[in-house]
Design a protein around this ligand. Structure first.
Ligand code: LLP
Length: 421
């Protein structure tokens, strides 16, 4: 469900024609729909019903301040993975008591920043990280709330780059070692054991792997209970997939039901649920607007050359992922098979390959669909391309929520020492 629909022949985001945004802001531009963000958050949040829970939006998917503020104002917590994300979260008034800090490589200054902020919990991924957090907490005279991220060794059946819950992945502490690590954490004067966490991968389209993972984690909670370690939080990570093409991922209600069922098998565990969805909240709430520059008929292929490239949206190049393409003004009925490519000097720079699309002309606008998650946040300046503008639409109003970078922005912070020549 999203709010990018045609009115007549023109593609709109809520009450605003994408054509108008392109004329006023230029291209490439990310466009986000407020109503879609709101709906996705509420549907997800309500799926857990009366069970005590906090939805911590995984802001690596989209960290634009206006998007983040929208979700925080609706009651979202935040899942962060760096000091930079914490800085952004605080800028939009996120409640520290709803912030969880994930990631395998937290630096000491990031740990200190989070401790001083008073976050809900660190999701700790190794013994050495426990030692580091104890050291920092002792230095500043605080107790650090910690949860261990365990690796339940289940196959998420997703792209290998975004699968995280297998033994061979770098993430989490293996379940058999976790009990001992909890014992260690409990013995540390500056650590306070509060929870347990797992995240098995992203863009999952089935519930079974979630159910298996939670079953294993809950069994471990039982064992810990008998060791005298009573946990308060169970963080089930993120990972619920979205339809990009033909996928039919479970609806949030089905996902939540599967999780409740897995937990019902462990009655007596009085745990507040935390979850860290990213993509399912923002993925279909955003599109990337791009303009056709040139057409080129190769000997065996047609190329549509557009002004967005893999520095703007890397997902097709990196994960071979599919993004729908819609003309911003429809009317043309003839189609052709083409590669839609950007200006970057690499063969991997494509948004779509061998795709049947409506014939288009230079100057036409295309909307790259489902680009709200891991779009702008993975953008770079490769080929010295300024990063795209971002726009948020609400009803019939819109605002630029990040300006297009300028040429001066590209060289900010660079210096040429006098001894260079
Ligand atoms: N929690 C943790 C610990 C994570 O590592 C992630 C994503 C999430 C939550 C949110 O997962 P989601 O609900 O968005 O699936 N760049 C890739 C996706 C990378 C996901 C990394 N971790 C892509 O464009 O598909």
């Amino acid at each position: 469900m999203h709010h990018f629909e045609y009115q007549g022949d023109d593609l709109y985001c809520e009450g605003v024609a994408l054509q108008t945004i392109a004329e006023q802001v230029g291209t490439p531009t990310y466009v986000y729909s407020y109503a879609t963000l709101e709906r996705h958050f509420q549907v997800f949040d309500q799926a857990f019903g009366g069970r005590p829970h906090t939805v911590c939006f995984s802001m690596k998917a989209n960290s634009n301040l206006a998007v983040l503020r929208t979700l925080v104002a609706l009651g979202a917590g935040v899942d962060i993975v760096s000091g930079g994300e914490l800085f952004r979260a605080l800028k939009v008034g996120a409640d520290p008591k709803k912030i969880v800090f994930s990631g395998v490589g937290k630096r000491e200054e990031e740990i200190e920043f989070a401790l001083k902020t008073g976050i809900l919990t660190f999701n700790v991924e190794s013994h050495m990280e426990l030692v580091a957090i104890e050291r920092v907490a002792a230095r500043i005279g605080q107790r650090a709330p910690i949860s261990l991220r365990v690796n339940p060794d289940v196959d998420a059946e997703t792209h290998p780059y975004i699968s995280t819950g297998l033994k061979k992945n770098k993430f989490g502490i293996p379940v058999p070692e976790a009990r001992q690590e909890y014992g260690f954490a409990k013995s540390q004067p500056h650590l306070e054991v509060v929870g347990i966490d797992c995240h098995i991968g992203s863009q999952l389209t089935k519930v079974a792997p979630f159910r298996d993972a939670i079953g294993r984690v809950a069994a471990l909670c039982r064992d810990l209970q008998s060791d005298g370690i009573a946990l308060r939080y169970l963080d089930i990570g993120g990972g619920l997939g979205i339809p990009y093409d033909q996928e039919e991922p479970p609806a949030p209600a089905e996902y939540a039901r599967a999780i409740q069922e897995a937990l019902d098998a462990f009655r007596g565990l009085d745990l507040t649920l935390l979850c860290e969805p990213g993509r399912v909240i923002v993925g279909n709430a955003g599109v990337l607007l791009t303009r056709v520059l040139y057409l080129k008929q190769g000997e065996i292929k047609n190329f549509v050359i557009v002004d967005a490239a893999f520095n703007d949206l890397i997902r097709p190049a990196f994960y071979d992922s599919f993004h729908g393409l819609r003309p911003v003004r429809r009317g043309e009925t003839k189609t052709w098979i083409a590669d839609v490519v950007g200006p970057i000097c690499e063969t991997g720079d494509f948004l779509a390959r061998d795709r049947e699309i409506k014939r288009c002309q230079p100057g036409d606008l295309l909307a790259v669909m489902s680009a709200g998650a891991y779009g702008f946040t993975m953008a770079s300046n490769y080929n010295s391309r300024p990063r795209a503008a971002e726009v948020l639409v609400r009803g019939d109003q819109f605002a630029v929520v990040r300006q297009r970078e300028s040429l001066e922005d590209l060289i900010r912070g660079e210096a040429v020492p006098s001894w260079v020549g």
